[in-house]
Design a protein around this ligand. Structure first.
Ligand code: GMT
Length: 375
């Protein structure tokens, strides 16, 4: 399993998939620059391999792609890997391809390791389609033995942006449905949204990158705060967090916005929320929205990318045009003022997650993709 260690959905999915496969009896080796954000030590049949990137005075930038391809080939030889599963095409699909060619050179016709690439979103919509990368990314995707995408929307974006002609299987993101269940901590709820002075607690969780439009989260919050007593919890960290903190101060929201930072127990915080806000500019799937819905929190999101595939209008939440913050606020207020409807929507959301997006339903689809890559 090859992925990024940084705070983001692709690393979370790769780590959860690695753990689920190990639990199902597979020997799994996860390769990254450091243990990923949700990594846990001590899982049987699951081993971490660090990519070390030696510096050299001549290099202005680390030669990560070379070191990664080298590590993949080494682990493939040492562990007789059946599959190299690259999560996030840039540069993991290219490193997997280079490793595959290295293994061919050393093993000849007996080369039995196959590569599968999973496209996660910005590896296509933002980064991969950039003229600086597009040709190499398209080449690498075409030469993976198997390719999956986390949503139908992302599959369509991949064909449109990179002209990919080969088969792409849609395998949605998933989560551990035994871990992701609403478990309200009354003390935390009372601390964050005191009875008598707070009627609604809104949650946003992301890696605080510009594409997540946390600035619009504040706009929605400001709009609805004029009409209901609400507080906002911001979970996560990333490049735009300082700007958001400044905007919170500038808007006079400091007393009603709580910054939680990087959170290793999102269920605890999501479970005390009434609504989840995700007005992203682009979102190929929106794993955070799935996690919120699993905790019975209806989602107010933008109707971009894969979000409409998981947020069913008026059933598990509401989607609007990305900058339609007044409409998002109106939808939020309608649910705040109708607690029964909000609770029913939250229950429907959790039921949908448990029906369609649990580990036991999705992981076998990846196992099938691995089998297919060997045909
Ligand atoms: O942050 C990113 O843009 C990259 C990636 C990540 O590592 O968080 O997010 C993408 O992959 C997630 C897991 O498949 C998806 O749930 C996110 O929707 C997707 N992000 C975007 O498309 C913006």
């Amino acid at each position: 399993m090859v992925c990024y260690a940084s705070l983001g959905g692709s690393g979370v999915v790769a780590t959860e998939l690695a753990r689920a496969l190990a639990d199902r009896g597979h020997e799994v080796h996860l390769i990254s620059s450091e243990p990923p954000f949700r990594w846990q030590d001590g899982v049987a049949r699951l081993t971490f391999h660090r990519v070390t990137v030696p510096s050299y005075p001549l290099f202005r930038e680390p030669q990560y792609l070379l070191a990664l391809a080298n590590t993949i080939a080494r682990v493939a030889d040492e562990q007789q890997l059946d599959i190299v599963h690259a999560h996030y095409a840039v540069p993991h699909a290219t490193a997997a391809y280079l490793a595959d060619q290295m293994l061919h050179a050393s093993r000849g016709g007996a080369q039995s390791t196959r590569t599968v690439t999973t496209l996660h979103g910005t590896d296509i919509t933002l980064v991969g389609s950039d003229a600086s990368y597009a040709r190499a990314v398209a080449f690498s995707i075409e030469r993976s033995h198997g390719v999956t995408a986390v949503s139908h929307s992302l599959k369509a974006d991949t064909v449109a942006a990179l002209g990919i002609r080969r088969a792409i299987q849609v395998i949605p993101n998933f989560l551990d449905c035994t871990a992701y269940r609403r478990r309200v901590d009354p003390a935390l709820r009372e601390e964050l949204c005191p009875t008598g002075s707070c009627d609604a607690l809104l949650i946003h969780m992301s890696n605080f990158r510009p594409v997540k439009r946390v600035d619009l989260v504040l706009d929605v919050f400001r709009a609805l705060r004029r009409r209901v007593r609400a507080r906002l919890v911001l979970i996560g960290d990333g490049p735009v967090r300082p700007d958001v903190a400044r905007q919170v101060d500038d808007y006079g929201l400091t007393a009603d916005v709580v910054f939680v930072g990087e959170e290793h127990d999102p269920v605890r915080w999501l479970s005390v929320g009434d609504l989840f806000l995700l007005p992203s500019a682009q979102e190929s799937f929106g794993l955070a929205a799935l996690e919120a819905m699993a905790c019975e929190v209806p989602v107010i999101a933008s109707n971009v990318g894969g979000l409409p595939e998981i947020v069913h209008q008026g059933v598990t939440g509401f989607t609007s045009a990305p900058d339609a913050t007044e409409e998002m606020a109106d939808n939020a207020i309608a649910l705040i003022r109708n607690p029964d409807r909000r609770r029913a929507m939250g229950a429907a959301a959790a039921e949908m997650v448990r029906t369609l997006y649990c580990t036991d339903r999705i992981v076998p689809l990846y196992e099938e993709a691995y089998q297919l890559a060997h045909r």
